[in-house]
Design a protein around this ligand. Structure first.
Ligand SMILES: Nc1ncnc2c1ncn2[C@@H]1O[C@H](COP(=O)(O)OP(=O)(O)OP(=O)(O)O)[C@@H](O)[C@H]1O
Ligand SMILES: [Mg+2]
Length: 229
């Protein structure tokens, strides 16, 4: 079987915040290639640049320099390439955070349906797919509950359903299991694996969580804004 092309290729990606005396070099030249089907761990001390790297790959934070190709398209080459970044994020990228970030005034189903509708789905199709995803994550029985009424593990699974809604090829998770017990953390990681395989996606997971280290195909270590091998 021919290997699928990489989903992300970063070359010399650097990022600093601020200027002069208050300048912080968060990333100092990162080269990284992510392949379909991989579940990759991103480890490193606090402040080493993990979230910055995730946010750059997710096109939420603009690099200061370097080159980035996502799913075959140049998105950054010294500047954003001028494509529709919002569309790219909606179509290709699923973000999962440590704390769920659900919209507090929408129930579980609508939290998922809203990103489908933003991507162009009709209301009915969006609700159907939202229900399917919630069932798949075994929180279908909580479809009509508001986030405040969900347990931590339930809320995280709804947030994962939302991140997966548009079938992204790049799933970026920042400490997704930190707020979960080991059983729930294992369920989340099983799911990440399943999505990577079934959708030929890449899952990149920032974590300090030793109980999931053995779940990764490879582990990248960030230190002081650089990837160590
Ligand atoms: N928006 C910002 N403005 C200024 N400095 C920032 C900003 N975001 C991050 N930084 C700085 O960049 C460096 C890298 O931060 P980053 O959040 O990427 O670290 P991290 O590895 O995710 O840390 P943690 O494990 O604590 O989440 C830190 O020195 C941080 O203070
Ligand atoms: Mg972080």
């Amino acid at each position: 079987m021919a290997a699928l092309p990489p989903l992300a290729e970063l070359t010399g990606i650097a990022k600093h915040f601020g200027e002069g005396g208050s300048r912080v070099d968060a990333l100092r030249g990162v080269d990284l290639t992510l392949h379909p089907g991989e579940v990759v761990g991103l480890l490193g001390p606090s402040g080493s640049g993990k979230s910055t790297l995730l946010n750059i790959i997710g096109c939420v934070v603009e690099p200061s320099s370097g080159r980035m190709v996502l799913d075959g398209a140049v998105v950054y080459d010294g500047k954003w390439s001028g494509g529709d970044l919002r569309r790219l994020r909606l179509d290709k990228i699923g973000f999962i955070f440590q704390f769920h970030n659900l919209l507090p005034f929408l129930n579980s189903r609508d939290n998922v349906a809203v990103v489908l509708e933003l991507a162009g789905a009709g209301r009915e199709a969006a609700c159907r797919r939202a229900d399917e995803l919630l069932d798949y994550l075994e929180v279908g029985n909580r479809a009509r509950a508001l986030p405040a009424k969900l347990s931590g593990g339930e809320a995280q699974r709804v947030a994962i359903a939302r991140a997966l809604a548009n079938r992204p090829r790049l799933i970026l998770a920042d400490e997704p299991t930190a707020a979960l017990d080991s059983e729930r953390a294992a369920i989340v990681m099983d799911l990440m694996r399943k999505v990577a395989v079934e959708q030929s996606a890449t899952v990149l997971v920032v974590t300090h969580d030793e109980k999931i280290f053995d779940r990764f195909d490879r582990i990248l270590r960030v230190r002081d804004g650089r990837l160590a091998s």
